[in-house]
Design a protein around this ligand. Structure first.
Ligand code: COA
Length: 405
């Protein structure tokens, strides 16, 4: 029996639709295998594979970060969509591992893209964040207030692992995925979404950080969790995930006015192969309908759905007019499902050759880099001049202060 989606009904009819017209992913080159983990914690390849389906995950190198991975994925998505950075109205980055509390990772990416007309913000809904973000962007497009939005799921989860906690550190990996959403009057795109939260389960997984009430007490929160490190009650999270997936997808299908038989593909959050197989059983569908790549990337939190979507598109598992569902679940607790009618490939397939837009995008990225380098060079020059002539430095600082008054 499907629980009716209560306050989410009825769907307001609209003649504007939000279509996914671009997609891209980026993962670090460095691979961390289960065998590598055997040298870090007491575990085995056999245990990890049989309990999770994970064989390896990617781990960000020294020069990689949440923003740099997100940027790469966003650039690829803009390429597929053939959209200019200056056409973007909104950039949303779903992440649990932002570069800073602020400025947002989205603002960093906005600058690096040269998206100078875009608003930007980070979204915190853990592993459900990408679906939340796509829904927020789609609503803004459908309402008529925006034309183009970029939604990115980006994570460097390996930076917040407690490498002594073998129940958690074996699960997670790094990466990013992005989509471009665009307004259209052609029916399709994002058809429905169900967003849910149950904060009473907030203690089951999380990463305590600067706002925690216990910041004064050094590196630990009152319930013993390490600051800036992930903690998780694996068994309870497993039960929660298997409980919500079926209901959530069924509610999104009701809202989209289609049935499970109409679906061609389900792109689930890649937490654990056993969770995904259990979901297939409870929905009574062929497990092959689910995209599964947890074996190669582990759990990349908010990045896992867009990465899996990109691979499914590459493998031609989805074609125009197919219906697909996304389902995310994780910390909060949060969960979210979405039904889309796929149209994106039409746009990408009809393009050939090197477009003028491609050159304009390259120019935009280059000019942002040149401006940043110039700013750094200028700063260094001033610091040097101040050291050579301290009196000049004092006068300049006084002048700067006076300017601010
Ligand atoms: N290697 C070897 N043994 C391990 C281990 C590891 N990496 N991690 C835990 N164990 C041990 C435990 O200590 C326990 O030993 P004990 O019986 O002697 O006490 C035993 O394995 C079983 O532990 P348990 O936690 O019951 O295993 P499990 O079958 O529930 O699997 C998870 C653990 C974490 C893989 C599983 O609970 C899970 O995937 N949960 C969902 C996590 C998730 O998806 N989180 C993200 C959601 S977004």
């Amino acid at each position: 029996m499907v629980t009716p989606p209560n306050n989410d009904m009825p769907v307001i009819p609209s003649t504007r639709y939000a279509h996914i017209v671009g997609w891209g992913m980026a993962v670090p080159e460095k691979i961390l295998t289960n065998q590598d983990l055997e040298a870090i914690v007491e575990t085995s390849d056999d245990w990890i594979q049989s309990r999770t389906g994970i064989k390896e995950r990617r781990i960000a190198g020294e020069t990689e970060s949440t923003a740099s991975l997100g940027l790469k994925a966003a650039r690829k998505a803009l390429e597929v969509a053939d959209i200019l950075p200056t056409d973007i109205d909104l950039i949303v980055v779903a992440t649990s591992t932002p570069e800073n509390i602020f400025p947002s990772t989205a603002s960093l990416i906005q600058n690096w893209l040269g998206a100078n007309r875009a608003g930007a913000f980070d979204l915190s809904a853990a592993c459900s964040g990408f679906v939340y973000g796509v829904d927020m962007a789609a609503q803004a497009i459908r309402s008529g207030s925006m034309q183009v939005a970029v939604v990115i799921g980006a994570e460097t989860m390996t930076r917040v692992m407690d490498w002594q906690d073998r129940g958690t550190c074996i699960l997670f990996g790094d990466g990013a995925g992005a989509v471009v959403l665009k307004a259209s009057d052609v029916e399709g795109g994002v058809l429905s979404a169900i967003l849910r939260s149950d904060g009473s389960g907030g203690d089951l997984l999380g990463i305590p950080t600067v706002g925690s009430e216990d910041l004064y007490h050094s590196d630990f929160s009152s319930n013993g969790h390490k600051m800036h490190k992930m903690h998780m009650n694996g068994g309870e999270v497993f039960k929660f995930a298997t409980r919500v997936i079926k209901d959530s997808i069924e509610q999104a299908l009701v809202k989209a006015n289609i049935s499970i038989e109409d679906l061609s593909l389900i792109v689930p959050h890649q937490a654990n192969e056993r969770i995904i197989k259990a979901a297939a059983r409870s929905l009574n569908v062929d497990p092959d309908m689910f995209v599964l790549n947890v074996d190669r990337y582990g759990n990349t939190s908010a990045a896992s759905i867009p990465i899996a979507l990109c691979e499914a598109i590459e493998q031609k598992r989805i074609k125009p007019d197919d219906y697909a569902a996304f389902i995310g679940f994780g910390g909060g607790l949060t969960w979210a499902s979405m039904v889309i009618k796929w149209t994106g490939a039409k746009t990408a397939d009809t393009r050939t050759g090197l477009s003028i837009n491609q050159q304009r995008r390259q120019f935009s990225y280059l000019s942002v880099r040149v401006r940043a380098q110039w700013k750094r060079f200028n700063q260094r020059l001033q610091n040097l001049a101040d050291r050579i002539n301290p009196r000049r430095g004092r006068i300049r600082r006084l002048r700067d202060k006076a300017d601010q008054l």
